[in-house]
Each structure stands twice: as C-alpha cells, then as structure tokens.
Design a protein around this ligand. Structure first.
Ligand code: URA
Length: 236
C-alpha cells in the first residue's frame, strides 16, 4: 500500500505536489470513489482515475547519469525560471534528479522517473557512498586531517568520512585539492564539513555515486544507465 499522491507521481503523470492539488480538488477517484483525503493508501492494483482518465501506472522507466555543469538547478522545475538539470536531458518523460547538488557544484547526478528507486536511494538507511573533489582555500594542516580521520561534527552530528585523499597542495595559490567520500546526504554537507575545519570550498565536483563514476562525460553530457547498473542500484 502506498499514499495515493505518491502512486500518481511515481506513474509520471505529474509531480507529487500537483497530485495533492488534484486530490484536494476532488479530481481523483479510486475504484470509482472520489478521494479527497491526502493520506489515503492505495494498492497498485486499484483503479485510479484522474480528471476522468484512467491512470497508466506502467510508464516506462528512464535512468540518466549527467555531468552537471555549474549554474544549473538540481530540481525538475525552478520558480525563478533558471535552467535545471532536467532541461539538459532530451526526454518527454517527467524525470527528476535523485538528490541534489548545489547550483555551483558540478559533477555526477542521476535522474529518473522511477520513484521506487529514488525513494530507495534517498532513504537514510540505504544512502550510498558519494565521492567529491573539493578545492579548499588553504593548505590543509595536520589538525584538519586528524579531524577528518575521526569524523568531524557538523551541525551537531558526526559525519563519517569513508575515505579521503589529498590530491594536490598548490603552495603558490595556497589551495588544497582533496577527494573525500561520505555517505551523508545533508544539504551543503561537504562545504559545511570543511567550514568546521576552517576552510572554504572554492570548487566542488561530485566524481562518484556508489559504483558509478563520471567516466568520459564532459560537463553537460549525459548517458543512460544500463539495466545491469539499475539492478545493482536496486540491490543496495
Ligand atoms: N555537499 C555540498 O556542500 N554541496 C553539494 O552540492 C553536494 C554536497
């Protein structure tokens, strides 16, 4: 059993917010009964009609891996009309990003219209390791390295650092390039983590998402996931 608005959104018919609106407006029926209660639980075998039309729950699923450029919003639509990650993908399906990267962060982001996989990968109990390359505005010192090893406390919660590697210390520009792998998905987590160590992140790129990497994709380029990759993500 799932919430009605979630089943509608997962089918690709519209966003969850729009589905809630349709339900509240009395435009949705389940097995012939109009339903206006938002929490209503339904089964995938129930007949759902929206605005008099039967909902097709069998929309083909699509999965993309995008190398997100800077200056693009990680959402399906932006109220300020800015370019979104969805605008970069040629599809007529209602896809959306799994999780988010900041406006100025580049790198690997997955997009899909598969709500089940999205829920799985964003649920705290299933979150996957994510690798980031960060350029810090300073030369990292021993104290910061020790804190990284212990797991820094960010906004009251410890962040488990699975791995980190200093790629380069630029003595002239006083900058450090560091690769860090964490599971955490809190907003701005990498920037906030380095802030607690005394550094600003001047550039941030996500280079891996679990077993997936950017490969040869240039900024703004994308590819579809293989069935094997999708299955592997499901088996987390
Ligand atoms: N951490 C950040 O600070 N920003 C991102 O975009 C992703 C992780």
């Amino acid at each position: 059993m799932e919430r009605l608005q979630k089943i509608i959104a997962n089918s690709g018919y519209c966003s969850r917010r729009k589905a809630e609106e349709l339900i509240l407006n009395g435009q949705v029926s389940v097995n012939g009964q109009i339903v206006t209660e938002l929490g209503t639980k339904v089964d995938y075998t129930d007949t759902i009609e929206i605005e008099g039309k039967m909902l097709n729950k069998e929309t083909a699923k699509e999965y993309y891996l995008l190398n997100k450029p800077r200056g693009v919003i990680s959402s399906a639509d932006d109220e300020k009309g800015r370019k979104t990650v969805v605008d970069l993908i040629a599809t007529d399906k209602r896809i959306y990003p799994i999780g988010r990267l900041d406006y100025d962060t580049t790198g690997l982001i997955l997009l899909t219209n598969d709500g089940t996989l999205t829920n799985l990968l964003t649920h705290p109990s299933h979150e996957v390791p994510k690798g980031y390359l960060a350029k810090l505005n300073g030369l990292i010192d021993k104290e910061a390295i020790d804190k990284l090893k212990k797991g820094p406390i960010v906004e009251g919660r410890k962040v488990e650092v699975l791995d980190f590697k200093i790629k380069k210390k630029d003595l002239n520009k006083k900058a450090t390039y560091i690769l860090i792998t964490i599971i955490e998905g809190r907003n701005h987590i990498v920037k906030n983590l380095f802030k607690t160590l005394g550094y600003d992140v001047d550039k941030l790129t996500r280079v891996s998402y679990d077993f997936l990497t950017l490969g040869n994709l240039k900024s703004g380029e994308y590819r579809t996931l293989t069935i094997k990759e999708v299955k592997k993500l499901y088996n987390k």
